[in-house]
Write a new protein. Structure first.
Length: 385
C-alpha cells in the first residue's frame, strides 16, 4: 500500500537529489533536501484538507484532480511562480531570468540580491498573515497552551492580525529597510519595502477572499445536492427501491475542483515564498518544491484510500510556527544575511518537535484508554466472596 502510493514520490526524490548533487554539488543536495522537507511539512494540512474534500467527488473528478491538478500544482506554482517572482522583482522577462540563471549566474545573483528587499517584504507579510491568523484563532486543540490561550483571547479583536502585520511592516521599513543589503553594499529601500509589503498583504487577502468565495459556492452546491438526494430518497422509498449514496459530480464537482485548485494555490504560496528565505537559486527551489508537491499528492491519495485522517494533531501548529519563523527571517534578511542551512533547520526543528509531541499525545491517549477499558472490565466481573 505504502510503496504503491508513494512509489513515484520516492523515485522523484531519489532522482532529484542525485541530480542536484551531480549538477551543483553537496550544498545543493542539502538545500534541496531541506526545501523538500519544509514543503512536505508546510503542505501536510493541504493534503489533509484535499483528502477530506476529495472524498465527496466521484471517481472521474478524483482522477482529474490527482492528474491535471497536480500538474498545475507542480509546474504552475512550484516551477513557474518562483521564476515570475524573480522576473517581476528584478524587472526582467521570465525567459531572460532563466537564461541569466543558466548563462550568467553572477549577474543573476546581483539582480536577485537587488530584488531581495522587495521579495522579502512581499513574502514576509504574506507568511506573517498566515501565522497571525492561525495563532489569533481559538482552537480546541492547543500545542503550546501557555502561549496560544492568551493569543486566542486577543484574537477576538476584529482585524487584529492586519493591524499587527502593518505595525511590523512599518517597523521593518524604518529599521532594516533603511540599510537594505544590495549587490553594491547597502541602500535605503524603505519605499520599496513598504510598497511590496502592502502588496503581500493585499495578495493574502485576495487569495483568502477567493478561497472563501469558492467555499461559499461549494456549500450552496452541496445544499442543492442534498435537497436533490433527499427528494430521490423519498421517491425511491415510496417506490420500494434501494437508496444508494452518490458522490458529487457535474456542477457541484466542478466547483469542488475549482475550490481545491484555489486552495492548493493558497497553500503553495507559503512554501514558495518561504523558499526565498532559504535560497534564491530558482532551480534548487523548483526541484525541492517539486519533490515536496509529489508527496502532497501521495499523502492525499493515501488519506483518501485509507478513509481516515491523520492523528498528528500538533503538526499543523508546528508548520504554522515554522511559517512565522520564516516570515521573521525574511524580514531580517532585508538587511542581514542569514545562513541558508540555519534558516532551513529552524523550520525543520519546529515541525519535528510538533510531530514528536503528537506521537507522545497519541501514546498517552492510548494508555489512558487502555486503563479505562481495564477498569471497566474489572467492574463488570461480579465480586466473589
Amino acid at each position: 500500500m505504502v510503496l504503491r502510493t508513494f512509489g513515484w514520490s520516492f523515485a522523484v526524490t531519489a532522482g532529484g537529489l542525485a541530480f542536484a548533487a551531480w549538477q551543483w554539488g553537496w550544498e545543493a543536495f542539502g538545500i534541496v533536501l531541506i526545501l523538500s522537507i519544509l514543503e512536505i511539512s508546510l503542505s501536510f494540512d493541504n493534503a489533509v484538507v484535499n483528502a477530506g474534500i476529495l472524498k465527496k467527488m466521484n471517481a472521474f473528478w478524483q482522477r482529474f484532480f490527482l492528474t491535471i491538478g497536480i500538474l498545475i500544482a507542480v509546474f504552475g506554482m512550484r516551477l513557474v511562480f518562483p521564476v515570475l517572482i524573480v522576473a517581476v522583482s528584478a524587472e526582467v522577462g521570465p525567459v531572460e531570468a532563466v537564461q541569466l540563471a543558466l548563462d550568467e549566474p553572477g549577474r543573476y545573483e546581483d539582480l536577485v540580491t537587488d530584488a531581495h528587499p522587495a521579495i522579502a517584504a512581499f513574502g514576509g507579510m504574506f507568511l506573517l498573515m498566515i501565522f497571525l491568523d492561525f495563532i489569533f484563532e481559538d482552537r480546541d486543540i492547543k500545542w503550546l497552551a501557555w502561549l496560544e490561550r492568551p493569543l486566542a483571547r486577543l484574537g477576538k479583536i476584529d482585524m487584529l492580525s492586519v493591524c499587527v502585520a502593518l505595525v511590523v511592516l512599518l517597523a521593518t521599513a524604518m529599521t532594516f529597510a533603511t540599510h537594505a543589503h544590495v549587490s553594491t553594499g547597502y541602500a535605503d529601500k524603505s519605499a520599496t519595502v513598504l510598497l511590496s509589503g502592502v502588496a503581500g498583504l493585499i495578495t493574502y487577502l485576495v487569495v483568502g477572499g477567493l478561497s472563501g468565495y469558492f467555499e461559499d459556492k461549494l456549500e450552496d452546491e452541496e445544499e442543492q445536492e442534498q435537497e436533490q438526494e433527499h427528494e430521490a430518497e423519498e421517491k425511491a422509498g415510496a417506490e420500494g427501491k434501494p437508496v444508494s449514496a452518490v458522490a458529487l459530480a457535474g456542477k457541484a464537482a466542478f466547483f469542488l475542483f475549482l475550490y481545491l485548485e484555489v486552495l492548493d494555490a493558497s497553500f503553495s504560496f507559503d512554501g514558495v515564498i518561504g523558499a526565498f528565505a532559504i535560497t534564491n537559486h530558482i532551480f534548487w527551489m523548483a526541484l525541492g518544491l517539486g519533490i515536496g508537491a509529489m508527496y502532497v499528492r501521495s499523502l492525499t491519495v493515501y488519506l483518501v484510500r485509507q478513509g481516515t485522517l491523520d492523528d498528528y494533531v500538533y503538526l499543523e501548529h508546528g508548520a504554522h510556527y515554522a511559517i512565522g519563523a520564516l516570515a521573521t527571517i525574511l524580514l531580517i534578511t532585508i538587511q542581514h544575511q542569514i545562513s541558508e542551512i540555519i534558516t532551513g533547520l529552524i523550520g525543520v526543528v519546529l515541525i519535528a518537535a510538533s510531530f514528536l509531541a503528537s506521537v507522545r499525545r497519541n501514546k498517552a491517549l492510548a494508555t489512558s484508554e487502555a486503563g479505562e477499558a481495564e477498569q471497566d472490565e474489572k467492574a463488570e466481573v461480579p465480586s466473589r466472596v
